[in-house]
Design a binder for this molecule. Structure first.
Ligand SMILES: [Zn+2]
Length: 100
């Protein structure tokens, strides 16, 4: 991990104090993907937060994590489908074995 690009800390538009960098609490967000609605678990998303005003601000890094969560969500769906297909094959294999 490289830290050559030092981030400028944005200031809260409520009280003028610099935001704190925090990881947002996990939450489920409804997102559209490929014409279908998905309830995607967003976790580990960094964001700026003012502890005093409870104002939060997301940036490009937050968006990247959200996109990653969406991709993972879609990927998990696909993996489940693969697992089901494999299970069907295994079951078929067992039945074949019992016949002989
Ligand atoms: Zn504030």
């Amino acid at each position: 991990m490289t830290a050559n690009a030092k981030k400028r800390v944005p200031k809260c538009h409520g009280c003028g104090k610099p935001f704190e960098r925090r990881v947002a609490a996990p939450r489920v967000e409804k997102m559209k993907y490929d014409g279908a609605r998905h309830e995607v678990l967003i976790e580990g998303m960094p964001q700026w937060q003012c502890d005093g005003c409870k104002i939060t601000l997301t940036d490009d890094e937050s968006d990247t994590v959200v996109q990653d969560c969406l991709r993972r969500h879609i990927g998990l769906l696909t993996a489940d489908e693969i697992r089901e297909a494999r299970m069907a094959l295994v079951v078929a294999g067992i039945f074949q074995g019992m016949k002989s």
